[in-house]
Design a protein around this ligand. Structure first.
Ligand code: FES
Length: 102
């Protein structure tokens, strides 16, 4: 069963920024790219490192440990050493709320 869960208010995440949230015990990064919101797992697939502790560069989260990069739109790896993609989540905006489908 899937549920839509509110994870943030739109105003909480400025364009070009990422926010770490926990929803249903999952660590998720919610990212605002020019007003479009995306959500991916917030743990690097190379090791257990929180990605929002790193940088957001051109729509990619860069891991702070070994600098693997992940495209937040697709979860795909765009720079090694990670090779497994991030899980992505559907996102929708309802009024001023950002919701993620789990
Ligand atoms: S822990 Fe993220 S690239 Fe190594």
């Amino acid at each position: 069963m899937t549920d839509w869960i509110e994870v943030a208010k739109c105003a909480d995440i400025a364009a070009g920024k990422a926010k770490a949230v926990v929803a249903d015990e999952r660590m998720i990064a919610v990212v605002n790219l020019d007003g479009e919101f995306y959500a991916v797992d917030n743990i690097c697939t190379h090791a257990h490192i929180v990605l929002t502790e790193g940088c957001l560069i051109d729509g990619q989260l860069e891991c702070p440990l070994h600098r693997a990069r992940f495209d937040v739109r697709t979860g795909a790896v765009t720079a090694p050493p990670a090779y497994e993609p991030l899980r992505t989540y559907e996102v929708r905006v309802d009024g001023d709320a950002v919701l993620v489908k789990l």
